[in-house]
Design a protein around this ligand. Structure first.
Ligand SMILES: Nc1nc2c(ncn2[C@@H]2O[C@H](COP(=O)(O)OP(=O)(O)OP(=O)(O)O)[C@@H](O)[C@H]2O)c(=O)[nH]1
Ligand SMILES: [Mg+2]
Length: 239
């Protein structure tokens, strides 16, 4: 929420605000609640054609293999094994679709950049991944997860720049933050924010640890704001 110079509260979201000749009036709109803990598995799709209908709003978790995408989804939804995690990179090979409530989805994408995957499979992944990113209308934001010890690799940068160019907001989470001491962690975040300026769009950079539950509130609030911005009509109270 921003505050204008004359102290009137300005909501981020234009649809919540009405303009009168000289005044900005805040409408009494209650923000929707998203019950992330209710998230459930819908399907594993090899390609975009096998995904559920392209309506509603979805946010994708993307990143290199082993970056911690599935772990972050589990931490967010407070479920131990909603998304399958693994020490073996390349565990998530399909587009996994989860639903928070009707019309609100989270997508666990296959990781990229894993050298050991056979060339044929890699090509197939890349195809379904880029198809998904380019053609999915309901995609309204991307969480890019990068290991805090080696973030912003070429493929990460390519994905972030692409998202910015498409006007998609990006939350860049520097994962496994528990692996660094506090000083190094802060330095990595500041450096990441400097790097992110070059993309020129809405790219927020934060430290994250599924293990220590660090950055969960930011993840949760960012997703809620993306969902709020794009929902066409008010949600029915979900429970
Ligand atoms: N220390 C630490 N380890 C983590 C954290 N998050 C994930 N890991 C570990 O990193 C490994 C990979 O995690 P996943 O969540 O499976 O990674 P992914 O990005 O989904 O991997 P793919 O599905 O292969 O693309 C697992 O061994 C996790 O336990 C974290 O916050 N801290
Ligand atoms: Mg995974």
């Amino acid at each position: 929420m921003r505050e204008s110079s004359n102290g009137i509260i300005l909501h981020n979201f234009a649809k919540n605000v009405m303009y009168y000749p000289n005044f900005l009036v805040e409408l009494n709109i209650t923000m929707a609640q998203y019950h992330f803990q209710n998230t459930h598995f819908i399907t594993s799709a090899p390609n975009i054609q096998a995904m559920p209908e392209d309506s509603g709003i979805e946010v994708a978790f993307a990143g290199r293999s082993n970056a911690g995408k599935s772990s972050a989804l589990n931490a967010l939804t407070r479920q131990k094994s909603l998304a399958r995690t693994s020490k073996t990179p390349g565990r998530t090979q399909l587009i996994n679709v989860f639903e928070i409530s009707e019309g609100f989805r989270l997508i666990d994408l296959p990781g990229y950049g894993f050298a050991q995957v056979p060339e044929e499979i890699k090509k197939q992944w890349q195809k379904s991944l880029s198809e998904y990113l380019q053609d999915r209308q309901s995609l309204q934001g991307i969480v890019v997860l990068m290991d805090i010890r080696h973030p912003f690799k070429d493929t990460d940068n390519g994905l972030i720049q692409w998202a910015v160019d498409c006007d998609l907001p990006v939350l860049a989470l520097l994962t496994k933050a528990d692996k660094l001491k506090q000083g190094a962690r802060k330095a990595a975040v500041l450096k990441g924010r400097e790097t992110a300026k070059a993309f020129g769009g809405e790219v927020r950079v934060e430290a994250f640890s599924s293990l220590k539950k660090q950055g969960l509130d930011i993840l949760q609030n960012t997703l809620a704001s993306w969902f709020d911005q794009h929902q066409a009509e008010p949600l029915n109270d979900q429970q």
